[in-house]
Design a protein around this ligand. Sequence first.
Ligand code: XMP
Length: 516
Amino acid sequence: MDIHSEKILILDFGSQTTQLIARRVREQKVYCEIHPFNLAIDKIKAMAPNGIILSGGPKSVYDADAPKSDPALFELDIPILGICYGAQLMTMQLGGLVEKAAKREFGKADLEVKYTAGVFAGMETDHPEYQVWMSHGDRVEKLAPGFLVSAISEHSPNAAIRHESKPFVGVQFHPEVVHTIIGNDVLRNFIFGMCGCQSQWTMHSFVESAVKAIQKKVGDGRVICALSGGVDSSVVAALVHKAIGDQLTCIYVNNGLMRTGETESVLRFFKEKTGLNVIHVDACDYFLQELDGISDPETKRKRIGYGFIKIFEEEAGKFGDAKFLAQGTLYPDVIESISFVGDTVIKSHHNVGGLPEVMKLDLIEPLRELFKDEVRNVGLELGLPEEAIYRQPFPGPGLAIRILGEVSSERLEILRAADVIVLEEMKKSGLYRKTWQSFAVLLPIQTVGVMGDERTYEHVVAIRAVDSLDAMTADWSRLPYDLLGRISNRIINEVRGVNRVVYDISSKPPSTIEWE
Ligand code: XMP
């Protein structure tokens, strides 16, 4: 069922900023989807988008293996915005000429607007140039028949183009990038002015239509869901619960590797505040046994992963009538975007593996079309507490991969006590939400210290705090020295068995965020 009354289709030609285009469109409260450049024309017709954006891409339009649009795209009578490669491709496919530019443009450039309608509506021709972001080696040399120039830059006489009678526009610059000061205006003019969208994509409308779609799919069937306490699974549980109430059963597997008070707060919230049916499986002993004597990080991860599936299956098996499994798959996991390796176009399709393949249940993935910040907004819309919504990410294998060497209940206790201090101090300082992750790591070494008149020989705790946008890369956080000092003092004074605290100043890559 299509729950979107208006939408923009983004055809991906392999640009690194394609997802950013989608983010910008959605910020305007307009729903959009990214699809590979060669999405079949029948599918596009069936989708009936209000407008189409052709993304940038790393190829040259005149390369033999350059990705091309289906020419039928230009006969659909749907507004089209070509960005960089997209604009060049539109030019070439409609009969113009694109060539290698004598001078490539990378970075900031000044745009002089010559036509103040279409995507430049509301702008001025006598304006001192508008700053835009360019990144191209080719340029439009000769316009396709029927096209006119809308803006120029020093090295691009056709920096923006438009068709005189059809709703086709092209820009050489990247409106989706923040350095393009007029980027949002250009996109807004396209989406609202040219495509007639009306900002119907709000989290409120999303919840309403998702609830209807879940009810329709599930009927009177039973749904199960693995609740971890993380943002995604919490939002899925709350959303599905809103749709079908008692037909949803959540299974919370306590692996004993959670932080202080975590299990209790998740269970308390869901049981008391939402009336959600949560089965709490206490598997702490099982996981401790599975990890007994294991120091190798990969073995730890595997044992925890298999253990989780085994226990979840056992529990879910008790609901023989369950037909559906609800999962917190997000949009970045499902975007079927294209990428290039050398000269070959490859399709990288992420499937979220794991449970469903083993369990043969129908999937319900109501967050499939959302980005992380949208998931958070849905959570707020559903009344989840801010504390749960703005939680920093926490890895599935839990504290086991933050205890270097063997995991034991004693070592878990030390790490929990240190970790809770890090989190408390981060929250007090107001830096918790600004920091991607901040946590303690227990090292497998002991060092000499002195407390009172006594020599000590105890554990070392490392503090890890990183700034990141997506965890693919990360920089160590420049936490204030005073804050680090307080954390260190408190850990050494309050946590028995620790006499030294160190701060991790490595970035990813080459390090990773977690230590194992
Ligand atoms: P790394 O350590 O690879 O971590 O830089 C990147 C991000 O992923 C989280 N992480 C995990 N999350 N299961 C998860 O659900 C895992 O096995 C896992 N390992 C790492 C990590 O916390 C960081 O946010």
